[in-house]
Design a protein around this ligand. Structure first.
Ligand SMILES: [Zn+2]
Length: 337
């Protein structure tokens, strides 16, 4: 009997996946704003094109906030969008574990109840998917208007942690170091965006001074091979978004993405989609991009998925179940069924 060979696309489809770097505003299903304001949002953004490159981070942020701001104006809207986003991730991308963040800046701008926003996202979790919700705060996001709810947030049971967002070159202010420490003391998990636009020293700084070990992106750390072993020794893990990096000009081409360098330095990496409403990407696209441009094998793609499950904020038995599913999926692929 001839062996039926599974394609790598079949393997990627079947692979149980974590998504650990997703901005809920950036994941807005485009049809929601198209239905809401068909005149203003008549066709998907030009940035969905494979060859599109953003002129700058500011241009990207302006476009994204224009779309997200049209929708995310109440906790109810967060819930409606999150329901679609999460169920599609589960049904279409085979995502079992999700870490997603919402922006404190949106809560502040529309005067929302941040705790209700966190709850609205959490309650959108479909059965069979574990969801952890983070609030992202910009470097200069601790303002007179946001201070109150940001301080409260580290006591909200619906919130799993904090993430540092926004333009990296804006100086870090004193409040951040203290808040990150107090959040951890209250049982919250902390992470930070770094090494997307600023260099290796900034990545090292957020690890050493902000006390985080989970870095969102971290790509530019690869520019200093001497820093990589220090990051690895500090237990740093990185949640990479290769298509985002390409479209934002963080890397000149997918072939030039340093994910292999980071992995071989002993830094466990995962892959995620970041802001699909801007990049027009799916999680399967990210896996396929690494296979096509960087020759990642099925085994290597499975390592990326396993890395995400290993770092998941769940108990060990659930982690072990997911890791076994990854091994079973790889096994079936090798046997061609
Ligand atoms: Zn991000």
């Amino acid at each position: 009997m001839p062996t039926e060979h599974l394609s790598i696309a079949d393997f990627i489809q079947r692979l149980p996946k974590p998504e650990t770097h997703l901005h809920i505003e950036g994941a807005l299903p485009w049809e929601l704003i198209n239905e809401l304001e068909p005149g203003r949002f008549s066709s998907p953004p030009a940035s969905w094109d494979k060859n599109y490159r953003f002129q700058s981070f500011a241009a990207f942020e302006t476009e994204l906030l224009d779309m997200a701001g049209a929708w995310y104006q109440s906790p109810e809207r967060y819930h409606i969008a999150a329901k679609r986003i999460l169920s599609r991730l589960k049904d279409e991308q085979n995502v079992r574990y999700l870490e997603t963040s919402f922006a404190s800046g949106v809560v502040e701008h529309f005067g929302l109840d941040g705790q209700q926003v966190a709850r609205a996202i959490k309650q959108a979790s479909p059965p069979g998917m574990e969801v952890r919700v983070f609030m992202g705060i910009h470097h200069d996001g601790y303002t007179d208007r946001s201070r109150g709810f940001i301080e409260d947030s580290i006591h909200w049971p619906e919130l799993d942690g904090l993430d540092l967002h926004g333009a990296e070159e804006t100086p870090l202010e004193d409040w951040a170091f203290d808040l990150w420490e107090r959040a951890r003391a209250n049982g919250k998990f902390t992470k930070a965006h770094a090494g997307e636009f600023m260099g290796p020293e900034f990545v090292l700084r957020v690890v050493e001074e902000l006390g985080v070990s989970r870095i969102q992106h971290g790509v530019r750390a690869a520019e200093d091979p001497d820093i990589l072993p220090r990051l690895a020794a500090a237990g740093v893990r990185m949640d990479e978004c290769p298509i985002s990096n390409l479209k934002l000009g963080v890397v000149p081409s997918m072939e030039a993405h340093p994910i292999r360098q980071l992995l071989s330095a002993g830094i466990p990496c995962t892959i995620s989609t970041d802001d699909p409403i801007s990049f027009g990407n799916t999680l399967k696209d990210e896996y396929m991009a690494l296979h096509e441009s960087l020759e990642f094998s099925a085994d290597e793609l499975a390592v990326l998925a396993s890395n995400g499950f290993e770092q998941a904020l769940v108990d060990k038995s659930l982690k072990d179940t997911w890791l076994q599913e990854v091994r079973d999926c790889l096994d079936a692929y090798r046997k061609g069924r």
